[in-house]
Write a protein that binds this ligand. Structure first.
Ligand code: PDD
Length: 286
């Protein structure tokens, strides 16, 4: 049985319970982060902690925990649960005011709820999916306008993943006004020659922590990076495509809406970026 963290306490998972009045449950009024673990260490913890603070601030939520304490909780859960490869999930909600009300509760009276738990994923780095590449379909992006805030409103991304599954694909890329925004739970990229193309940061997409690192490593490796919109048709004609996220690192995409990219197998750039990302982020892991 896992040890989890709830509001200052380490508990067996079956003893950690949250109120039915919690605004995370009633209104998806909460934010989250997923930090990966490799070699028993946290990848890019700092980036996730900084983005968490931003998400909370944008929603006028109080941060119940300092960065130092948060790191300590992450480490303790990794240790207690013996995680070598996997992830730590963190969620903070606006808490349980005791009634359902659209108005935010007074933060002086209602404390946020904070939950962390681990997921064990042996073989995460050496994933067979990364060697095979994944298939994506395209779907309309009908999410809200503040996708830069990492909220727990994940119903549409879940539906997108189900649409992909039903059509024999692995994931969906979302399209707004003709242009790809991002994957259901990852950032989206295409490659043309030596150039990596990905949508620029705005409120339309999540500012991926893996994205930031991968683009930095790409530039350091003299690859060209272009941050601009691209259409799904441009993607289908690209040499390569890939996604990034904390749970998949860099994952090649080999098919879009049934159209194979290049030879229909991972190309040169995405696997190389995955290698660099894993190597460099492991060096900096805490
Ligand atoms: N998802 N875009 C969306 C919509 C996401 O949900 C995520 C992360 C990303 C990539 O961000 P990062 O590189 O910081 O993980 C982009 C996490 C992993 C999840 O929901 O499980």
């Amino acid at each position: 049985m896992r040890t989890v963290y709830l509001n200052g306490q380490y508990l067996p998972e079956n003893e950690a319970t949250v109120s039915i009045f919690d605004r995370g449950f009633l209104m998806a009024d909460g934010v989250y982060e997923v930090t990966s673990v490799l070699d028993g260490k946290l990848i890019d913890f700092d980036g996730h902690a900084v983005r968490l603070e931003r998400s909370l601030r944008e929603l006028d939520m109080v941060n119940p925990i300092s960065k130092e304490d948060l790191l300590e909780v992450h480490r303790e859960l990794v240790r207690a649960n013996g995680i070598e490869e996997g992830m730590v999930y963190l969620q903070i909600t606006r808490g349980a005011p005791g009634d359902r009300d659209f108005v935010f509760p007074d933060p002086e009276e209602t404390e946020p709820t904070i939950v962390l738990f681990t997921q064990n994923k042996p073989g995460l780095a050496d994933s067979p999916a990364a060697k095979k590449g994944m298939k994506v379909i395209s779907i309309e992006d009908i999410r809200w306008g503040r996708r830069d805030i990492k909220t727990v409103q994940l119903l549409y991304p879940s539906m997108g993943k189900m649409m992909a599954k039903k059509s024999g694909a692995d994931d969906a890329w979302m399209i707004e006004d003709g242009f790809v925004t991002e994957g259901t739970s990852n950032n989206a990229y295409i490659v043309k020659g030596n150039k990596i193309i990905t949508r620029a940061l705005s409120n339309d997409i999540l500012h991926g922590i893996t994205r930031a690192a991968v683009l930095r490593f790409a530039q350091e490796a003299q690859m060209e990076v272009e941050e601009r919109n691209f259409t799904i048709d441009e993607a289908k004609e690209a040499d390569e495509a890939f996604i990034t996220s904390a749970s998949t690192f860099v994952m090649p995409v080999v098919e879009i809406d049934g159209v194979a990219l290049g030879e229909g197998v991972p190309g040169r750039v995405a696997p190389r970026l995955r290698e660099i990302y894993l190597e460099e982020s492991l060096k900096a892991a805490v």
